[in-house]
Write a protein that binds this ligand. Structure first.
Ligand code: DC
Length: 222
């Protein structure tokens, strides 16, 4: 019996996935993998080289040759720490475009699947429970209203509320309507609306689900 556990956390931008995934991974002693950071790293590379992030002919080889490492909460692209650079609004928009390219997705999904060969993981993204790990023991779909997500983003990183809300709606729309692996809840995922919950409440709720489904973090129940 395989003892490795996969916790898949999906949901739209700003639903609180990163904070929750990191905290749950720490408490369970699992590896935390932010799959969005990988799309962002490829997008940053394109932006820095003046390559159109929607150009699939150029982006697929870029994704293939990108060496992306997620270690100790840092993101390395070809050995360079790009943890800060990948979080700019420009890279967010570029990542959203890059992630619509099927060849890029194929490449990054393969890289993401390799993580579970090494350890139990908490992986966050948009298609983790549906495409990357359809057999994950725990699947959670974190959601919150666009208004709440925009407010949280402004509190965290500043910016104009109306502009942030518009950008979130644009990205939601692109994530949900792209042809390849659109954002959607897996049928067997637990839906958790975090609009009226604080951070600790969300973490506690997710930990409860993980423990219920995995006999307290050990072994596999299904
Ligand atoms: O979670 P994030 O905002 O850092 O993700 C950046 C972009 O990558 C976002 O537009 C959605 C996309 N993405 C994706 O398509 N699939 C994933 N598994 C993770 C992120």
């Amino acid at each position: 019996m395989d003892k490795r556990i996969i916790v898949a956390i999906d949901g739209p931008a700003g639903a609180g996935k990163s904070t929750v995934a990191k905290a749950v991974a720490e408490r369970m002693g699992f590896l935390h993998v932010d799959s969005g950071a990988m799309y962002r790293a490829v997008a940053l590379w394109a932006v820095e080289n003046n390559i159109d992030p929607g150009d699939d002919h150029k982006l697929v080889p870029l994704a293939e040759s990108a060496e992306i490492a997620l270690t100790g909460g840092r993101v390395l692209l070809n050995g360079r720490d790009v943890s800060t650079e990948i979080r700019t609004p420009e890279v967010s928009q570029a990542a959203s475009k890059v992630s619509t390219i099927p060849g890029v997705r194929r490449e990054l999904v393969m890289k993401q699947q390799e993580y579970a060969l090494q350890a139990s993981v908490v992986m966050e993204g948009r298609d983790i429970g549906t495409v990357v790990y359809p057999r994950a023991q725990v699947k959670i779909y974190l959601d919150a209203s666009p208004e709440v997500r925009a407010r949280r983003r402004v509190e965290e990183t500043g910016g104009d509320y109306a502009q942030v809300l518009r950008a979130i709606r644009e990205r939601d729309d692109r994530d949900a309507t792209r042809a390849d692996s659109p954002l959607r809840q897996a049928e067997d995922a637990v839906y958790l609306d975090t609009s009226d919950l604080d951070e600790e409440e969300v973490i506690a709720a997710v930990l409860r689900i993980v423990r219920e489904r995995t006999s307290n973090g050990r072994g596999v129940t299904s």
